[in-house]
Design a protein. Structure first.
Length: 444
């Protein structure tokens, strides 16, 4: 056991002292925050101050143009298309909307001109403005008051509850989905990143003949176990640094890019060309949505200790399980090009789980397929963590999944150790699956 600890310590210290590890530990949170913040900033900068010239030959904006908002405004130009085009070329307007004389029952012939292509957001806003104007004229022609129609519309706010033996508990499908994807993606990403590191580390020691000196004092099984545990510590260290730094960066940026502000800007863009005024009911709904989002993150809605504890278990268990298999692959081949034939059977269950989870686990997280995926050791690290945020997972299923994952890890270590003890000393031979099966039963 002491030799395993020494090997794990060496693997850990060697990697955490590398400049690449320090740089990625610092840049990783910045990239994570930028992944969400930059699109918001770009959208805010690109959508602000858009001016659309309106050549209204059909008279659908005869009464007045849509109210200007923060990101888009309308201005009237000559209804003659030729004249409007000439004015548009001389102006700095972002788009020219031409409205022909039309039949309200079959409106057609609308044209939008731009200088270098029209953005999707601006095109959507212009289209919505035209649709609302034609709809208003149709209602007026039918003798229907627009205000009366708006008051008749209703948007019911459903409160979702989980009913179990423990009683009723508030739940949120949207929040559960987000948390499920975050947990699943983190496990998926770290297994690949650090599993490949184990494989390359074993291959490097094998090709450099370093392992021939090392195994004179330790057993191949001890060497591989120490390597897997050491790199697991590296993964936990980097994950912890990312979490701490991400929380710090997010809190600093909260003033400029807060969830409330993002929601407010998004609502402003969405209602930019809608009705001139926003009703008090809509404003109350927006405030209620923010309050509901915050409430869903409360510990009363999610069993945070259970989620965190299970995440750490499946994060470590999944990594150790797949790390042993990656180590076996590295010991069986001489170059990275030879790993492709063995990588597919190992990585396919992992990739399949993440892909299938999007269609099955989030729509029916307690179904038959989701159950078996969360029990089978090759798929359980991701599948179970994508089931837990939705609740309803019996404790016996969770316990069975954990026991089978531990048993799978022990079995994978045994198989990898049998391959490792032969493969690390074999060079220049093309290994096949039949050859690997023979290695499992070699004596000595």
């Amino acid at each position: 056991m002491s030799k395993i600890w020494l090997i794990a310590q060496r693997e850990y210290l060697t990697r955490v002292r590398k400049r690449s590890f320090i740089i990625m530990s610092l840049i990783g949170p910045l990239l994570t925050v930028a992944l969400f913040a930059v699109p918001v900033l770009i959208a805010k900068m690109s959508d602000s101050g858009k001016v659309v010239a309106v050549a209204d030959a059909g008279g659908i904006f005869a009464d007045k143009l849509p109210e200007p908002k923060d990101d888009i405004s309308f201005t009237r130009v000559s209804p003659d298309l030729t004249t409007a085009k000439a004015e548009f070329k001389k102006s700095k307007h972002d788009a020219l909307l031409y409205i022909p004389k039309l039949d309200l029952s079959k409106p057609a012939g609308f044209q939008v001109f731009s200088r270098k292509g029209l953005g999707m957001s601006l095109e959507r806003d212009i289209n919505r403005a035209v649709n609302n104007a034609i709809e208003s004229q149709r209602l007026q022609k039918a003798g229907i008051d627009r205000a009366v129609l708006d008051n008749m519309k209703v948007d019911v706010d459903l409160q979702t509850l989980s009913l179990s033996d423990d009683g009723e508990r508030s739940s949120s499908t949207g929040i559960s989905t987000v948390i499920a994807y975050v947990f699943g993606f983190l496990i998926y990403m770290f297994i690949f990143i650090y599993g490949v590191q184990i494989m390359r580390g074993v291959m490097e020691e094998k090709t450099n003949r370093i392992v021939e000196v090392v195994i004179s004092s330790v057993k191949p099984f001890q060497l591989m176990m120490g390597k897997v545990l050491g790199i697991a510590g590296v993964g936990f260290t980097q994950l912890a640094l990312w979490v701490v730094l991400s929380m710090g960066i997010s809190s600093v940026m909260a003033g400029s890019i807060s969830p409330d502000k993002i929601a407010e800007d998004r609502a402003a863009r969405t209602t930019a060309v809608m009705r001139p005024t926003t009703s008090k009911d809509e404003a109350a709904k927006q405030e209620n949505a923010v309050a509901k989002f915050t409430q869903a993150l409360d510990s009363a809605d999610l069993n945070v200790p259970l989620l965190v504890g299970c995440f750490l278990f499946y994060f470590l268990g999944g990594y150790l399980f797949y790390g042993a298999l990656f180590g076996a692959i590295g010991s069986a081949v001489d170059s990275e090009t030879d790993t492709q034939q063995f990588m597919m059977p190992v990585t396919m269950p992992l990739v399949l789980t993440f892909v299938v989870s999007q269609a099955i686990l989030t729509t029916n997280p307690n179904g038959t397929v989701a159950f078996w995926m969360s029990i089978f050791p090759l798929t359980s690290p991701i599948a179970m963590m994508m089931r837990l945020p939705f609740g309803g997972v019996p404790m016996w299923q969770l316990g069975l999944s954990m026991v089978l994952l531990i048993a799978g890890f022990v079995g994978a270590i045994w198989i990898a150790g049998r391959i490792y003890r032969v493969g690390i000393l074999m060079y220049g031979k093309k290994v096949t699956y039949g050859e690997l099966s023979k290695w499992l039963f070699y004596k000595g």
